[in-house]
Design a protein. Structure first.
Length: 277
């Protein structure tokens, strides 16, 4: 097990930590400087930066691996890779791809059960479970030690009764060897608590990509959540500031939207003399 993976794994042992999602080396560097203990990638944030939609097939495997390696090089903190659906339907192929991702130096990676196919948005349960089992075995055989997060996309694909689907699948993923469980899209405390209970003692990640009334870091920690991520939210906040200012220039010929921009010297100092890791 590499040191980064060991450090990342230890964060899941107790308590609760926030793992913000970066979309390029610059955002990675800034987030690392704020004192977070780990950084995650965001497939959506990266896709948008490449003028691509966030779909299972929009960003190819090799491009994503290159991006993940860039994020890892930008920080000494553990990085959790959003590795989408493993870039293959076949469990063996997904496992081989996951080993490639681990080879980028990440502390962890996530595999989701979304297919990208509107006719069959989630892999059949048995296939989804076998994919996690195969990835677990391949990572263990490679001796990587990376934290494997299994995601159920029931809420994001609009599955009928997403709570039931997610709890059933996440429980099966935990038994198949996933280290951490994640159902992006859940927003109410009772359902989150039910997921935590269902997969205990395995840790649960909760996505907070928009304000959720009453759900602070402290409240989520009290529920038993071990890890919190923000997905593409920070990237979208940046996009909102950029698009609002640009539209104002285009539509009104005024530049008031540039007020409040981060000062040039501050950014220059942030990146002057920076080095990888």
């Amino acid at each position: 097990m590499n040191n980064t993976a060991a450090s990342f794994r230890s964060l899941h042992a107790a308590g609760c930590f926030v793992m913000p999602n970066a979309w390029d080396p610059g955002s990675t560097r800034f987030l690392a400087g704020l004192g977070f203990k780990a950084i995650a990638t965001t497939s959506a944030g990266f896709a948008f930066s490449r003028a691509l939609p966030d779909t299972v097939r929009a960003v190819g495997r090799d491009l994503m691996l290159s991006h993940i390696a860039d994020i890892v090089k930008a920080t000494g903190l553990p990085v959790n890779a959003d590795f989408q659906s493993g870039y293959a339907r076949d469990p063996g192929a997904a496992a081989e791809n996951a080993v490639m991702c681990a080879g980028c130096g990440v502390g962890g990676l996530s595999i989701e059960d979304a297919t990208g196919d509107a006719a069959e948005p989630l892999y059949p349960r048995a296939v989804a479970v076998e994919r996690i089992r195969a990835v677990r075995k391949a990572l263990d055989d490679a001796g990587s030690g990376v934290v494997l997060t299994a995601r159920c996309e029931a809420w994001l694909v609009g599955a009928e009764n997403p709570s039931r689907v997610a709890i059933d699948r996440l429980s099966a993923f935990a038994e198949a060897g996933a280290d951490c469980l994640f159902a992006p899209g859940v927003r109410d405390a009772d359902t989150i608590a039910a997921i935590v209970r269902a997969v205990a003692p395995k840790p649960v990640n909760v996505l907070v990509s928009a304000p959720i009334p009453g759900l602070t870091v402290r409240r989520l920690a009290d529920i038993g959540v071990r890890r919190i991520s923000v997905g593409s939210a920070l990237a979208r906040v940046a996009w909102r500031a950029f698009t609002d200012a640009a539209r104002q220039i285009a539509e009104t010929g005024t530049f008031d939207g540039l007020d409040g921009a981060m000062p040039f010297p501050d950014l220059n100092r942030l990146f002057t003399g920076s080095s990888s890791g």
